[in-house]
Design a protein. Structure first.
Length: 303
């Protein structure tokens, strides 16, 4: 065997050995992956994400996918001659838009199930309607009516536990019902956070269109690898966090305060970002940690 070939094989072996403590630590633990953004639009990225989640399942984790579909919904709303409307970043969802949103989200859901099953893992696609999974009430945006957009009031995780117990990978679509059994669209970040809390997930990973959390959003060299809740709150209070990252970071804090150990914000545009963050010592996004969680990336505190 050539020397270069041997080095390549040894490098591959080192990667596998580096992953071993993480596989041991999170074996049989529940991991919720919120899947959205550009990684849902690009077909190659989509397949990479599904490969990552499938690998997590095959090495003993219990992954759950909660997916969005905002870009796809906007595309179909435009196709039928309507104009997508947003208030404070939230989609205004009238009755017709709700109908389109549910059809599109179910279509996305089944395409993800198909991809998972092509890789040899059993998957079941459900929405928040199934088994009374997600109960909601009408959500307002700073007092403004935004239509059929729901705020989650209750999660009944029984259907998820049943699927995990039977070795299925649940793929969840963010649509729920109120007490009158009216259908509501739910922000996928909110749905992922609520599901992670309800099933006491060890990890919650957000696949986004940003690299992570920055000390200075204008300085790409200021990416923060790990944050405690207190540090995250200080960043929010200091006014450096804005735009779509603000509700995302608040969701992360909320998840950790409700029992999730680690929350990851990852750039879904990077191929295999999920594996790089979970299985390597040098993660690539930002991890927000619970109080008892060790720091992996800081000097002298590697886990």
């Amino acid at each position: 065997m050539e020397h270069n070939d041997m080095q390549e094989w040894l490098s591959k072996a080192e990667v596998l050995i580096e992953a071993l403590p993480y596989i041991q630590r999170f074996n049989r633990k529940i991991i919720v992956v919120k899947y959205g953004g550009s990684a849902m639009v690009d077909e190659k990225l989509k397949r990479n994400v599904i490969k990552d989640v499938t690998l997590l399942k095959l090495v003993g984790f219990k992954p759950i996918i909660v997916h969005g579909g905002g870009k796809e919904i906007s595309k179909w709303v435009t196709k039928v001659g309507m104009e997508p409307k947003f208030i404070n970043g939230l989609r205004v969802t009238d009755e017709e838009t709700m109908e389109i949103a549910e059809m599109v989200l179910n279509r996305v859901n089944k395409s993800l199930v198909q991809m998972v099953q092509e890789l040899g893992v059993k998957a079941v696609g459900i929405s928040g309607k199934d088994g009374g999974l997600l109960k909601v009430e009408k959500k307002y945006s700073e007092g403004q009516d935004i239509g059929f957009v729901g705020e989650i009031t209750e999660v009944n995780p029984k259907v998820i536990y049943d699927l995990l117990e039977k070795d299925f990978l649940p793929v969840i679509c963010p649509v729920g019902l109120d007490e009158e059994f009216q259908t509501y669209n739910i922000n996928a970040d909110d749905a992922a956070c609520a599901v992670a809390r309800a099933v006491h997930a060890e990890k919650l990973a957000f696949l986004t269109d940003v690299e992570g959390v920055f000390k200075d959003p204008k300085d790409k060299g200021s990416l923060i690898s790990e944050l405690s809740i207190e540090e995250a709150k200080k960043l929010i209070g200091g006014g450096t966090i804005g735009g779509g990252m603000l509700p995302k970071l608040n969701n992360c804090i909320d998840a950790i305060e409700n029992g999730v150990s680690r929350v990851h914000i990852l750039d879904g545009r990077i191929p295999h970002c999920l594996l790089l963050e979970i299985f390597t010592n040098k993660g690539i996004g930002t991890a927000i940690l619970g109080e008892s969680e060790p720091y992996y990336y800081r000097e002298g505190e590697q886990g």
